[in-house]
Design a protein around this ligand. Structure first.
Ligand SMILES: Cc1ncc(COP(=O)(O)O)c(C=O)c1O
Length: 434
């Protein structure tokens, strides 16, 4: 069927009626570009949905998936294993910081989050502290769309029709436009005070009831908010003082976005549990992985004498095709030096930063912020959707976040792509605010 009806596909996070009136169809992708159904090339400044960090259509990844499909297309993972899953776990544990040596596979970021939350509960339960059932998330945090994730998340639209079914409270978000607007890299002001708000929440709820704090090192879908200096370190200290686990949701930050494999390495703060997905397979196969500290794993293992220790898992956990995609993706990241390409002081990150910040002073622009190769431009009105649509017409894909547009380009980005982006963005902003 070359021209299928658009009626039957209920599209996720999409204005369905709007899309169906004016569809934007992607039919191919290569390197930094999409190909559309009307044969246009569109520059991808979002790495798909923050996931195609090595760019599109990498032949090594494609071949690995095809080979695996011929060799072992599926393997049940409850009570059975296949070697690639163990090989990949070793590789991820080696890559991850500190004692994050235990790898649990999921199929998405949302599932990684649910898994991490359950691990935290299981850990406390195993240690005789089953009263620790409450989670602290953060305003504007995004942790996927399952019931746990929307409860700890802090984006109202994501839960207002569905409820918040986990016991939660939330830290304030870390945006401070008055003091930190137009920050390049980490914002300088307010980090310690913002983190100290956690102490207030602990006094309110009591540490004996709190299982974990879950935050993104850099808040992504909530607006691209790099952590102010000292914030993450202070959150870690307070968690340690009160026996509270710290979960870093690195579904966006992981796999090179901040100049190291993981943001916890860039910012030198060690979480107890880390969620990943997206860049793990370069978006080429659905897969997530939760990396748990040895102490978390050991506590859960030691609590049961025999039988299943952790009553959790997915039919497609450690799917062979996804494992093959992940192994090949890690090869590409390593061989092409892509983790380092996101280094905040590196040439391309600096060029990207300078290019974007040159838009300061344009009408409607109230903030430009970035850490390395993740950035947002914020407006004084909800201009994101309109600017995204205009940019698309001019050959550029951006992500709209309401009052802002976000960028997280593939790490293979070159200077010419930055120049093109800045040029189109400037035209679109001037057109919108004229
Ligand atoms: C930080 C974070 N956590 C979780 C998710 C959910 O991932 P998925 O859409 O794969 O379920 C996302 C998706 O953008 C994310 O940014």
């Amino acid at each position: 069927m070359n021209n299928p009806s658009l009626n039957t596909h209920w599209m996720p996070f999409t204005p369905n009626k709007g899309f169906k009136a004016s569809p934007r169809m992607l039919t191919g992708a290569k390197g930094m570009h999409w190909i559309t159904d009307d044969n246009r090339q569109v520059l991808d400044m979002t790495a798909g949905l923050w996931c195609c960090n090595a760019g599109h259509g990498n032949p090594h990844i494609a071949e690995a998936i095809a080979r695996q499909a011929r060799e072992l297309d599926y393997a049940p993972c409850f009570g059975f294993g296949h070697p690639l899953a163990f090989e990949l776990s070793e590789r991820l544990a080696h890559l991850a910081p500190g004692n994050l040596n235990r790898v649990f596979y999921t199929n998405s970021g949302s599932e990684s989050v649910e898994t991490a939350l359950k691990m935290a509960l299981a850990y406390h339960h195993a240690r005789g502290e089953a009263g620790r059932q409450l989670f602290i998330g953060r305003e504007r945090g995004y942790h996927g769309v399952n019931f746990g994730g929307i409860a700890v998340g802090g984006i109202t639209n994501n839960y207002k029709a569905f409820g918040q079914w986990l016991p939660t409270d939330h830290l304030s978000h870390t945006q401070d436009l008055r003091r930190n607007a137009f920050s390049r890299g980490l914002p300088l002001h307010g980090g310690i005070d913002m983190a100290n708000e956690l102490e207030k929440l602990i006094r309110l709820h009591d540490a004996s009831r709190i299982a974990a704090v879950i935050i993104e090192p850099i808040s992504g879908a909530g607006g691209v908010l790099p952590p102010p200096v000292g914030y993450l370190q202070r959150i870690r200290e307070i968690c340690d003082q009160h026996g509270i686990l710290l979960i870093f949701d690195e579904v966006i930050c992981g796999f090179g976005r901040t100049g190291e494999a993981f943001a916890s390495q860039t910012f030198q703060v060690q979480p107890d549990i880390m969620t990943t997905a997206k860049g793990l397979t370069n978006g080429a196969a659905p897969m997530g992985a939760v990396l748990a500290g040895d102490h978390v794993y050991d506590a859960v293992m030691e609590a049961s004498a025999s039988g299943v220790e952790f009553f959790h898992g997915y039919t497609y956990s450690a799917h062979p095709l996804a494992c093959a995609a992940a192994m090949a993706t890690l090869d590409v990241y390593e061989q092409d030096g892509l983790y380092q390409r996101g280094d905040a002081d590196g040439e391309i990150s600096q060029y990207f930063e300078r290019g974007l910040h040159s838009l300061k002073g344009l009408p409607g622009v109230i903030d430009i912020r970035n850490y390395s190769l993740i950035a947002a431009v914020e407006f004084d009105a909800p201009a994101g959707t309109d600017i995204q649509a205009m940019a698309w017409e001019q050959g550029l894909m951006l992500r709209s976040l309401g009052n802002a547009i976000a960028m997280s380009p593939p790490l293979i980005l070159e200077k010419e792509h930055v120049d093109q982006t800045v040029g189109i963005l400037e035209r679109c902003i001037r057109q919108h605010f004229k």
